[in-house]
Write a new protein. Structure first.
Length: 426
């Protein structure tokens, strides 16, 4: 009975997003014209020959002054380098805002794909840029957060916690034209592919194809039934299969050679390991750490930790930062907690916490579930804005070649404190 309650407790906890151990062209020069002989005054009339003698055969009578031979034509000047064919100049892209916490220029589409075969099916959720024309008249997709809970436990979860999340994305809309870089989102233990829709949709609005695989070896059902495990090999298979699925589905509109990976909690380890793949150019480790040798640790990495995180303390993020050798930043958000970066946090805050679950879970488990989501922590809307800005800046810079550098000034604009800001190798 005790083990069953523990499984139920974990299920409820992770359902709330808590278990995150989870030039203009010059005009071409005119062609040179041949120089005309210089005109002289009218020559005098040729004198009459003497009447008694016929003129000896002569050469053509000469004018009193022979007209000089025309001067040689002025040589054409050596051709200058021909200017490139005149084309309309490319439009200069508008400068990016200093803070990228607001949605980007693209409306967002969403679709669901399946990875693997029947014996090893894994679901992949994808968000991507679409167009205003493609979504005209459509309604945005809704996500039922209760649907991720195993049916055996669903009845135990209070109805007020089984909320519908507005995704601000359009189901199966046509993808915009272009060749978009990729961002993969990796969830933590007890998480699921839709745990941070606010963030995945935001990234897609800025011109990324964003994919979130369901890590079935550590997702919500696995943790609920006690089978969740750490499996780096499965993590890397999920990354490789995700990229293959995107190439097949999105074809000429995706560039998987420009991929970034962000991972929350245990997903941070997946993001760091993915740096070993040549297609992965950058990573973001969110509320997580990493132990062991880092292949690809000379690539650009952003490490974000939460000051009040009791699940993965900020010290773990600092250790990861110090182990990296490439361009890197370490940022600690003031008063943020472990779950400050998940969609469930605003709901927990609006309920005044999860005291309703304490009789079932116990005080310690409730405190873990509330980590980052009570009035003692930063407003989730502010941590969402900070995360959206930081990750968008990182990947626009490293994957899209945009001028979007990160600097501490963003914090004042957003209204969040930083307890640590370190950078190296930049």
């Amino acid at each position: 009975m005790r083990s069953a309650l523990a499984a139920i407790g974990l299920c409820l906890l992770v359902a709330l997003g808590a278990a995150g151990c989870g030039s203009d062209a010059d005009t071409p020069p005119p062609a040179a014209q041949p120089t005309q002989p210089q005109a002289e005054s009218t020559p005098p009339a040729t004198p009459e020959p003497a009447p008694t003698e016929a003129p000896a055969p002569t050469e053509a009578p000469a004018t009193p002054e022979a007209t000089p031979d025309p001067p040689e034509a002025t040589p054409e000047p050596a051709p200058t380098e021909a200017p490139a064919p005149t084309e309309p100049p490319e439009a200069t892209p508008e400068p990016l805002p200093e803070v990228l916490s607001e949605a980007g220029p693209h409306p967002v589409g969403t679709t669901t794909l399946v990875l693997g075969d029947e014996a090893d099916q894994r679901i992949l959720e994808v968000w991507y840029p679409t167009t205003d024309e493609a979504v005209a008249g459509q309604e945005t997709d809704q996500f039922d957060s209760g649907s991720v809970i195993p049916e055996a436990f669903r009845s135990l979860l209070p109805e007020e916690l089984q909320s519908v999340v507005e995704t601000n994305a359009y189901r199966d809309a046509e993808v915009a034209s272009g060749e978009f870089p990729v961002v993969i989102y990796s969830h933590g233990f007890g998480g699921h592919r839709n745990v941070a829709i606010f963030h995945t949709v935001h990234l897609a609005s800025w011109g990324f194809i964003v994919a979130s695989p369901e890590h079935i070896h550590r997702n919500l059902p696995a943790q609920s039934f006690g089978t969740a495990r750490s499996d780096p090999e499965a993590d890397m298979a999920d990354i490789a299969d995700t990229l293959a699925a995107l190439d097949q589905t999105f074809a000429d509109t995706v560039d998987t050679s420009r991929t970034g990976v962000i991972g929350h909690s245990a997903g941070a380890g997946t993001a760091v390991r993915a740096l070993a793949d040549d297609r992965v150019l950058s990573a973001v480790a969110l509320a997580g750490g990493f132990s062991g040798e880092i292949a690809g640790g000379d690539k650009p990495v952003l490490v974000i930790s939460a000051e009040l995180d009791e699940t993965v303390p900020a010290q773990r993020g600092l250790e990861l930062f110090e182990a990296l050798t490439g361009p890197r930043r370490f940022i600690v958000l003031e008063k943020a907690g472990h779950n400050s970066f998940t969609d469930s946090c605003p709901q927990i805050l609006s309920m005044g916490g999860l005291g309703i679950l304490e009789p079932l879970l116990g005080a310690a488990q409730v405190a873990r579930a509330e980590d980052g989501c009570t009035p003692d922590f930063a407003d989730p809307a502010v941590t969402f804005a900070a995360l959206n800005h930081l990750v968008t800046s990182q990947f626009l810079q490293e994957l899209a070649g945009a001028d979007a550098p990160i600097n501490p000034a963003f914090a004042d604009e957003i209204g969040i404190g930083l307890t640590e800001y370190l950078e190296a190798g930049l």
